[in-house]
Design a binder for this molecule. Structure first.
Ligand code: ATP
Ligand code: MG
Length: 561
């Protein structure tokens, strides 16, 4: 997946090594430049791991810079969530900056360009500008305002800045080349008028810089050496360089591009994620089905599992679609090693052990985590009445049903072997209890005569059980590649109606009620679960991070333990 150099690093690491060796750069400075118009998603995590990771690796620095040049969509809530998410992922920025801190400087450089005859105020409408831009095969048409004098441009630009014009009346454009083969170089807009308050500069400005004009300057001001962005900016690089070369910047950054992350069954654009939130298709930015960092956190992901994922996908120059199972695999692998095992029953069915002494309550010793280097044990209460999963009993089982059915034998995890002797039905014909006998000598779960017992069930002691709510998740979308939507369809047409299943009346062992929010467990046979942030002792609430089955490892031919 990675474009690797001979020293095993990505193509970006290779470039940086060369720059350090040749002396072009003495200290590596990178930045992560989110626009504060939404919450960060797993795609951003790739960029964060890359930018902060490189700074760490080469003893450099990485800044967190908010690209807040567009007043209309930006909010302080987003700024705060982004800072929280970057920190949570385990990274430390050298400097915290806002592009809006540089508005005065941008304005001065714009004046420099005007004074040098390299920028002009254009009164064409947005439509006219678009139409006159030309195409890949036809040159553009020069604006009738293109050859205004420097004095006139200075005067008009001053009036723009001072609020003499309504929105859309005019823009400031760079004067480059209307027949340039790269459309981005055909007199791009530098400033537009927006009579809007900015979340940091308030009403000081009514002209706001465009991304292409501002971004390189932000990098130059901060001394960024390697400005790493996604591939769609490759065609903008000549413009990035042009703006840098034509004013007196303090340093000369260079832009490099890498492929953005796309995941199966996932949309990643902030615009769409915002729409899902505002139209209440999900409960919020941190809905555990969302590909946001906050959603993944609530889903039970750890920072290290996300960093591992970013490492595994690597950095390349070709766009690709990554299987979301790889992301699941990363957290599963990690939790397998560290998550304590616990007993929870999602859809309880009463099991009565008829030959178990009334009133007796034993404690069964269980391994906290069989994967741990030093084994530790804890005790789980056991008794005459238990809950098992409803689906673990069948009155008329098909062949190869190795769970409970009349006359069959199964193992109760860590406890005893039992044999089903019968069952009771309620007035509606539904099975309400299963009756069994147990073999006291099978304590620990092995039959004394060594006979093979295929099925092992998890269970919870009925008198000790605590009621809990559990949420199970599936893909938010039904289409594997959301880039391949059918014609005339919208991404919302592919929302998975079964992406969330809420089960109210689960029965869990008492230990789970005592959990703290964000504690993670493996529930036997069911998967990995995290106590939700709203989990309380009197209302236990768990989210399933992922089921146990590892289809990624299977596909990769890994042997599962
Ligand atoms: P979106 O399209 O989701 O709104 P964006 O690119 O507009 O994303 P920014 O806030 O501008 O979002 O992104 C900040 C940084 O994160 C940029 O450098 C951008 O290249 C990077 N980034 C955004 N999405 C991805 C992705 N899917 N994979 C890798 N990097 C990404
Ligand atoms: Mg953007």
């Amino acid at each position: 997946m990675e474009d690797q150099d001979e020293r095993g690093g990505s193509f970006i690491e290779q470039i940086i090594r060369e720059d350090l060796e040749s002396g072009r750069v003495s200290k590596v400075i990178t930045r992560f430049p989110p626009e504060p118009n939404g919450y960060l998603h797993i795609g951003h995590a790739k960029s964060i791991c890359l930018n902060f990771g490189i700074a760490e690796q080469f003893d450099g620095e990485c800044n967190l810079r908010f690209d807040d040049t567009n007043p209309s969509k930006e909010e302080t809530e987003y700024v705060e969530s982004i800072m929280k998410d970057v920190s949570w992922l385990g990274f430390h920025w050298a400097k915290l900056r806002f592009a809006s801190d540089y508005f005065d400087q941008f304005h001065e450089w714009a004046l420099e360009l005007v004074q040098a005859g390299k920028a002009y105020v254009d009164h064409q409408t947005a439509d006219q500008i678009r139409q006159n831009r030309g195409t890949l095969t036809e040159p553009g048409v020069e604006s009738p305002y293109r050859d205004r004098s420097v004095e006139e441009n200075l005067e008009l630009f001053r009036k723009m800045k001072e609020g003499h014009f309504p929105e859309g009346e005019c823009v400031l454009r760079a004067k480059i080349d209307m027949s340039h083969p790269n459309l981005n170089m055909r007199d791009p807009v530098m400033y537009r008028i927006l009579h809007q308050s900015h979340h940091r500069t308030g009403d000081k400005w009514c002209i706001y810089p465009m991304y292409d004009f501002a971004h390189g300057y932000e990098d130059a001001i901060e001394g960024v050496t390697h400005s790493i962005c996604t591939l769609e900016f490759e065609d903008h690089r000549p413009l990035y360089d042009w703006f840098i070369e034509n004013v007196s910047v303090p340093s000369r950054p260079r832009q490099y591009e890498f492929a953005r992350l796309n995941l199966t069954y996932t949309v990643m654009s902030k615009r769409k994620l915002l729409e899902l939130v505002s139209n209440r298709f999900v409960s919020g930015w941190d809905d555990p089905r969302m590909p946001t960092i906050s959603g993944l956190r609530r889903r039970g992901y750890t920072p290290s599992s996300i960093r591992t994922f970013c490492k595994k996908i690597g950095v390349s120059k070709a766009n690709s679609l990554v299987d979301v199972e790889l992301l699941h695999h990363c957290i599963r692998d990690e939790l397998n090693a560290v998550a304590p095992r616990a007993m929870a029953v999602l859809r309880p069915l009463k099991l009565i052990i008829e030959n178990y002494p009334e009133g007796l309550s034993e404690e069964i010793e269980v391994l906290v985590n069989p994967e741990a280097e030093t084994p530790s044990f804890r005790k789980v209460p056991f008794g005459r009445e238990l809950f098992i999963e409803r689906e673990d009993f069948m009155e008329n089982p098909p062949a190869k049903f190795f769970r409970l059915s009349p006359g069959s034998e199964v193992r109760l995890k860590h406890a005893y072997i039992i044999k089903c002797n019968g069952f009771d039905k309620g007035p509606d014909g539904r099975v309400i209890a299963v009756r069994c006998e147990y073999y006291p000598e099978s304590r620990g779960g092995e039959a004394p005569d060594g006979r093979r017992i295929k099925g092992t069930l998890h269970w919870v002691s009925a008198i000790h059980a605590v009621k809990a709510e559990v949420r199970l998740y599936d893909h938010l979308f039904t289409l594997e590649s959301m880039d391949e939507m059918g014609e005339g369809t919208d991404y919302k047409d592919y929302l998975n109606p079964a992406s969330l299943e809420v089960i109210q009346d689960c029965m869990v062992e008492p230990l789970l009620a005592e959990a703290a929010p964000m504690d993670r467990f493996q529930f036997f046979r069911l998967g990995y679960f995290v106590a939700d942030q709203e989990h309380r002792k009197d209302h236990p609430l768990f989210n399933r991070t992922i089921p146990l089955k590892d289809s990624w490892a299977k596909a990769m031919g890994r042997v599962l333990k």
